[in-house]
Each structure stands twice: as C-alpha cells, then as structure tokens.
Design a protein around this ligand. Structure first.
Ligand code: HEC
Length: 196
C-alpha cells in the first residue's frame, strides 16, 4: 500500500515536471528577460544614433552632402563593431524602402515594420519592442522617424535633395528606393538581434 501511494505520488510529480517543461517550451512573455533586452537595445540605439547624427552633421558642414553620403552607413561605424561584439549582437537598420539592398527587411522585420507603419498612420506613438525569435535569439526593434536633416538625402529629388547630390547617391546605390520621404514620416527601424 505504501509503495502504491509512493508510486502515485511519483507519477503525479513526473506529470507536473512534464507539464512545466512543455509550458516553458511553448515560450510566452516570461521565457526571457524582456526588460534586460529593452534596456540593452535602447542603450545601443541611443549611442549609435548620437554618433551617427554627429558624424552626419559635421560631415555635411565640412564636405557637403555628396561628401557626407558614406556617413549614413552604420555598418561602416567602428562604434557599431565594438557594440556588436560587446553585446553579442547584430546591429542594423531596415525599412520597406531601402537605399542599400543589404538593409532589406527579413520576415520578422517586415512584421514589425508593418505594425509600426499602421500605428504611425493611426497617430499612435511608436515604442521599442522585443521578441524571442528562437530559443537562442532575442530581437529588439525601435522606430526611425524622418527629421529635417534627413531630407537632404531621403527627401524629394530636385527639391530637398540637390539633383547633383542625387546623382552621386544613385551612382553608389543604383537600386535606391529611400527617397521622397517627408518630415516626420515613418522611415524604418533599428533591428538588433542578441544571442542569449
Ligand atoms: C548625407 C546623406 C544622408 C543623410 C543626411 C541621411 N542619410 Fe540615411 N542613408 C544615406 C545613405 C547613403 C544610406 C545607405 C547606407 C548604407 O549603405 O547602409 C542611408 C541609409 C539609411 C537607412 C538604412 C536603410 C536604407 O535605406 O538602406 C536609414 C534607416 C536611414 N538612412 C535613415 C536616415 C535618417 C533617419 C536620417 C536623418 C537623421 C538620414 N538617414 C540622413 C544617406 C543619408
């Protein structure tokens, strides 16, 4: 009798284990530390954006728009390299309309871009988001909105963008789609993936 009771107890315990195990497998919001990755992502974006804007502004002053074109390429920024390796992360920017085809959106990025675009047209504020892509990867996204400075290279050709500057852009980026944006329009997003 005692043995039977123990056996029942044991199988109940095992069942519980299996149940807990399957719960954590199906994921859900609690299977990774959302706040940790939101904080990390926000810190990386803040630092990278500050460096990027600073470089753009001083490069435009010194070399003019066509000389500053390479300064909107975050992949070429040493800061991004060091932040990537320090955080075990991949840092990029993407959009539905890209200048560099290497920045084209992946599947999960398209999903978030579409959500952001819908919210932005509905006049809602856009916030950074985190999601688990698979057991070993967490993705962070944050919106990018057009500002007056950006129009010099992403605005209307012949009006905001000087035509001769656009020729330089087009020569370097023959498939460019990242023009004709207006101030405050939704431009795209930061996309950071972290290896857990
Ligand atoms: C001096 C010209 C210039 C200015 C000013 C500029 N950009 Fe860019 N932007 C570029 C170029 C060139 C690329 C392509 C970089 C690359 O090769 O990744 C680019 C790429 C991007 C991308 C990556 C997606 C894509 O289209 O390839 C985003 C997002 C972006 N810019 C947003 C902005 C925002 C926001 C501003 C204003 C704060 C801005 N840019 C100002 C020239 C510029």
């Amino acid at each position: 009798m005692k043995i039977r009771m123990t056996a029942i107890g044991l199988s109940a315990f095992l069942l519980l284990l299996v149940k807990c195990g399957s719960d954590s497998k199906t994921g859900g919001a609690s299977s990774f530390d959302e706040k940790l990755y939101l904080d990390k992502g926000n810190a990386i974006v803040e630092e990278t954006f500050a460096e990027l804007s600073g470089k753009l502004v001083s490069a435009i002053e010194e070399k003019g728009v066509s000389g500053a074109i390479e300064y909107c390429n975050i992949a070429a920024m040493p800061l991004v390299d060091s932040l990537s390796s320090a955080n075990n992360a991949t840092i990029r920017r993407t959009s539905f309309r890209v200048r560099n085809p290497q920045n084209a959106a992946t599947n999960w990025e398209r999903g978030v871009l579409a959500e952001y675009e819908a919210k932005h047209s509905a006049g809602e504020a856009l916030k950074p988001v985190v999601k688990e892509l698979d057991e070993g990867t967490v993705a962070f996204a944050a919106p990018i909105i057009m500002k007056p400075l950006c129009l010099k290279c992403h605005g209307e050709i012949g009006a905001d963008i000087v035509t001769s500057d656009y020729l330089t852009i087009k020569r370097l980026y023959p498939n460019d789609e990242a023009f004709a944006f207006v101030d405050r329009q939704f431009r795209g997003m930061w996309s950071i993936t972290f290896k857990k």
